[in-house]
Design a protein around this ligand. Sequence first.
Ligand SMILES: *Cc1c(COP(=O)(O)O)cnc(C)c1O
Length: 225
Amino acid sequence: MAIYEALQATKNRITAACVSAGRPPEAVQLLTVSKTFPAQAVREAFAAGACAFGENYVQEGLAKIGELVDLRGQLEWHLIGPLQSNKTRPVAEQFDWVHTVDRLKVAQRLSEQRPADLPPLNICLQVNVSGEDSKSGLLPADVAGLARQVVTLPRLRLRGLMAIPEPGPGAVAQHQAMAALFESLKADGLPLDTLSLGMSADLEAAIAAGSTMVRVGSAIFGARS
Ligand SMILES: *Cc1c(COP(=O)(O)O)cnc(C)c1O
């Protein structure tokens, strides 16, 4: 399927999922995940109407941002992969969002390194909602504490939470646990507006639970090699 058709089909899935959940379609944003696909594919998706792109690997993302510098003012770049504390500077300088903050040290460095002439860097805290040892992210019980520290950092804007639920029979419970955690932080007064949850395979379930941003790669660009 061409990128244009695949993007329309994905938007239709999002709209249908919102309608069945009784939510307005504009409640859910699409983040187009371009990891492993070349800058030309991003250009095509942009021409087809996508404007926010997710990258997993810092070096690959920076290279693409460089290749697409002519579109810089019209695109948002989101880092959705792990970030080590020694790689924060170019991320603070070049990206618009980081979805994978799970340690205060990384947040502090991003805040210190965010250039003063740019808007604050948008941040989601990554939650290890499946509890697997291999997954990065905070344990749910530790999220509120880090959120209270991150909101005080001047060059960051804490937007919400991100998770990658483990596919399978427990996925719905994980989506619901993330939505409940998100709502409880908001009820405690944190000014959050983003629940980054749902990918190509589970976006309907994520939207039913309350996701506000789905991260979709293969359904738009095809299978990754
Ligand atoms: C690759 C990736 C996605 C997109 O996954 P698809 O199944 O291709 O839609 C979303 N989020 C994260 C964190 C990813 O690494």
